[in-house]
Design a protein around this ligand. Sequence first.
Ligand code: SAM
Ligand code: DTB
Ligand code: SF4
Length: 339
Amino acid sequence: MSTIVEAREVKSQAVKHFEKLPALGAVRYDWTRDEVRALFALPFPELMFQAQTVHRMYFDPREVQVSTLLSIKTGGCPEDCGYCPQSSHHDTGLPASKLMEVEKVLAEARAAKASGATRFCMGAAWRSPKDRDLETVCAMVEGVKALGLESCATLGMLSPEQAIRLKRSGLDYYNHNLDTSAEFYGSIITTRTYADRLNTLAHVRDAGINVCCGGIVGMGEEAEDRVGMITTLATLPAHPESVPINMLVQVEGTPLKGAAKLDQLDFVRTIAVARITMPRSMVRLSAGREEMSDEIQTLCFLAGANSIFYGAKLLTTSNPGEDHDTALFARLGMVPMPA
Ligand code: SAM
Ligand code: DTB
Ligand code: SF4
């Protein structure tokens, strides 16, 4: 077949697929694995077109929500998550520290606000919080709210009562990731199950807290695991309000150091499929930006990412500096989303 005839064939396949799609932008909770797989398999220009079409139905494509992270309790975690520098199962040389004092956390929150962040996310290296520590975190949440910032916390597994306590303190978002597909999960974490994670998400949802839930790619998973992860997220009883998509940050001493690097265009595809399947959610281009060019990050924004972690540090690893991100926004004519 000549190249031109082949090209026409590809075009007609893409058009046929497009015609078969259910109403683009409809909020659906019944995505099938086959549908999600088909989205991943679309020709890149078609995938980007669909993602942008959906994105513009619900969002201003110039706007990016900016959240700043702070590790309020670092290292020494009893869980064995294969990607994580904070697990006590891995020797990463990261010193463990105690829960920070409320005032110190609030000083960081003030600085984040002064730099332009609208959400402040507090992370703790816990399997689940002790009730006494939870009271301290609730005081932090109250202080962050009083500054006029949105609050987010990620503290591990929660009981229904703990979720309700956090809600009473004014917590806006709780981050708890599924991390990967149910099938691949057991190769990455053995100390808690996928069902444990789904239970915590249900407790957070039931308490009336917004859910922030996504995962990590580039952990050596198969393409089918990315399909599985997005299908699970998009078929939750309600879509998470925030969907962080992390590219693995490989840290020396973790079992995943040396995992096969993911083609960055497959990362962009994952963002696009998250955008199409969860049209009203904020899709966050999360960890891993330091290893991405500005051009790949731009493709992520075009694919429907509309949130980032802002500030030179994630929890324990580095992130592009604020100046870099401000310059990138200016180059792109993009702006931080108002709170
Ligand atoms: N300990 C709590 C938990 O795991 O639920 C909260 C903190 S934990 C560090 C939050 C999330 O950070 C993890 O679920 C994982 O998705 C992400 N994460 C941790 N290490 C990472 C890495 N090296 N690269 C990318 N994402 C990472
Ligand atoms: C999420 O999905 N990514 C953030 C946040 N939620 C808590 C954490 C990224 C951590 C990257 C590794 C580190 O800095 O320790
Ligand atoms: Fe602990 Fe969270 Fe790291 Fe897992 S991801 S080891 S639970 S801090």
